[in-house]
Design a protein around this ligand. Structure first.
Ligand code: UDP
Length: 195
């Protein structure tokens, strides 16, 4: 990995195309992997939140969701190449992986939002396989059921839209339990997909 630091947060200096290629490699690599797409607010939050900082430092790929982060790397020896926003990353992955055996699970958002997002995305990307959906509002008991559901459906990619940094913590704490090959924190992306 070619990494640069923005206020101690490591970012992968990749274009969108290279980010997609890296996800494909992770999909074919044993174990569970996770991707973070921090915006400037999250980079700032990580300055005072040690737990968030260590999660970002352990992620398998970190890409800048915001041109401000790209600008901040201007004086580093390794510059970030372009903005690789979480929403754009998901759209590119849908387009690349539609019609393949790779599957998605949408987790997060208000009740009904991920379901509407899934309907719209399958219409937009024919051949896209979304095997499961759950909204992002749950208690401890419901959470166990969600983890069990993800494990049973075994998606290639789990998209988690609980807002940052909640989604990053959730992925980090649970990824060995739910077992998806690649998890991505996507913030409010389901709201955008649902229109
Ligand atoms: N959300 C959720 N569960 C929660 C809190 C938030 O599913 O307990 C969802 C919320 O419905 C929204 C997303 O998380 O879809 C947060 O979106 P926002 O744009 O605020 O997050 P960001 O992109 O800034 O991380």
């Amino acid at each position: 990995r070619k990494l640069t630091q923005v206020l101690n947060v490591p970012f992968d200096a990749v274009t969108m195309k290279e980010a997609i290629a890296r996800v494909k490699i992770l999909l074919n690599t044993e174990g569970q992997h996770f991707i973070c797409t921090p915006n400037p607010e999250i980079v700032m939050e990580a300055q005072k939140n040690q737990e968030l900082m260590s999660i970002l430092r352990e992620a398998d790929m970190v890409v800048p969701d915001g041109i401000g982060v790209v600008w901040a790397s201007k004086y580093s020896s390794i510059r970030l190449k372009e903005r690789v926003a979480g929403y754009d990353l998901t759209q590119n992955l849908f387009s690349e992986l539609a019609g393949t055996d790779h599957t998605f699970y949408f987790f997060g958002g208000a009740p009904g939002v991920a379901a509407e997002a899934a309907r719209r995305m399958t219409r937009k990307y024919p051949g896209l396989k979304i095997v499961g959906i759950h909204n992002g509002y749950f208690d401890g008991k419901e959470e166990k059921k969600i983890i069990h559901d993800i494990k049973k459906l075994s998606p290639s990619i789990l998209l988690v839209g609980l807002g940052a940094p909640k989604q990053e913590k959730w992925i980090y704490e649970n990824m060995r339990l739910f077992g998806a090959r690649v998890s991505i924190g996507v913030g409010g992306s389901f709201d955008v997909m649902a229109g």
